[in-house]
Design a protein around this ligand. Structure first.
Ligand SMILES: C[S@@+](CC[C@H](N)C(=O)[O-])C[C@H]1O[C@@H](n2cnc3c(N)ncnc32)[C@H](O)[C@@H]1O
Length: 322
């Protein structure tokens, strides 16, 4: 089946080159320019596009993401289909994930695998923690749909933190897509200066309850001082037994992502990259020292790309309040 899938895939991919180029341009136009026009985050679209792809390729059941993505004016599902159709046909024939999206061996992830790999690492850590917490706080939630469509979270107190423009837009799109969202409290914050616990408490957050905090894809847009401030706030305000899941990026990743077309795209929506850690050598020590300096304890970690000579390009880490 794998050989058959290649025999079908190769000519189809060649025939599809012009269609895929148009598709990619349409996706980029909606993601960057429509997000800019609407005052929204274009990086949040990057992530929902990746999660939609995982859903369509049978990697991760995420009907809520598919429904929200279909309602968003700042992405294009036809563009994604035009870009990915030959790969999808290959996947359907072989039943295997290869080229893109693929599930890399732990440690051998490349930057192209970032959204897929990190989503799966976060999923497994959320799954392990979810039964022992009473509140779920998604920080810098963007279009993350983890709190939706799962009966477990519908019985738990859920909060989403993000900028007002992103939250207003997400709420409008949730309504349009008819996705139940009354169990989620939307709390607008700016990680650059707001006291997030003061804001959370205004919306019914109970600091005495064990809480799962998810901070995915956000630290790299903040300064070291802002990241430290938030970690310190979690440590001082969250109940013992609470857990924060976050991804932190290597300086080498930031160096790469701050260049060329990527930088120009980020500039369109003012999403400049900032905080990184030096992971070239002794990366486990570097992470431990950083996390311990904010009085948190490192739990499970996934250092992505650690088999590279240059060290990992990012880590997905569990940080515990003990
Ligand atoms: C790359 S997206 C990640 C979205 C989501 N966590 C996910 O994984 O799907 C980054 C998100 O962080 C939010 N964000 C970035 N800087 C922020 C700030 N200073 N205050 C509040 N939210 C911020 C953006 O609006 C955006 O929704």
């Amino acid at each position: 089946m794998n050989i058959l899938s290649l025999i079908v895939y190769l000519p189809l991919q060649i025939l599809f080159i012009p269609i895929a180029i148009v598709g990619a341009m349409l996706v980029a136009y909606k993601q960057i320019l429509v997000s800019k026009r609407l005052g929204l985050s274009m990086t949040a679209i990057e992530i929902i596009n990746g999660r939609w792809t995982m859903h369509v390729f049978g990697m991760r059941d995420d009907d809520a993401t598919a429904r929200l993505a279909a309602a968003l004016p700042n992405t294009s599902l036809s563009g994604l289909w035009a870009t990915l159709f030959p790969l999808w046909v290959k996947y359907k024939i072989s039943g295997r994930h290869a080229i893109y999206p693929r599930i890399p061996k732990p440690g051998s992830e490349s930057m192209v695998d970032l959204v897929v790999a990190r989503t799966l690492y976060f999923d497994s850590m959320i799954e392990r923690n979810k039964e022992r917490v009473e509140q779920f706080v998604v920080m810098g939630a963007g279009y993350d749909m983890r709190a939706y469509g799962h009966s477990m979270w519908e019985r738990t107190k859920c909060f989403e933190l993000d900028q007002p423009s992103v939250q207003e837009h997400k709420l409008a799109m949730l309504r349009e897509a008819n996705i139940p969202h009354d169990h989620v409290q939307f709390v607008s914050v700016d990680f650059k200066g707001d006291d997030i616990f003061e804001r959370l408490q205004e919306f019914g957050f109970d600091a005495s309850k064990k809480t799962l905090f998810l901070w995915e894809g956000v630290t790299l847009y903040l300064s070291e001082a802002e990241v430290r401030e938030t970690l310190g706030n979690v440590r001082s305000n969250a109940a013992v037994g609470s857990v924060l899941l976050a991804d932190l990026y290597a300086n080498r990743f930031l160096g790469f992502a701050k260049k060329g077309a990527n930088k120009k795209a980020l500039d369109q929506t003012d999403e400049a990259l900032d905080f990184g850690l030096e992971f070239t050598s002794d990366y486990e020590d570097t992470l431990t020292q950083f996390v311990q300096s904010e009085s948190l304890t490192v739990g499970e970690t996934h250092f992505m790309g650690r088999t590279s000579d240059k060290g990992p390009f990012a880590v997905v880490a569990e940080m515990k309040c003990e």
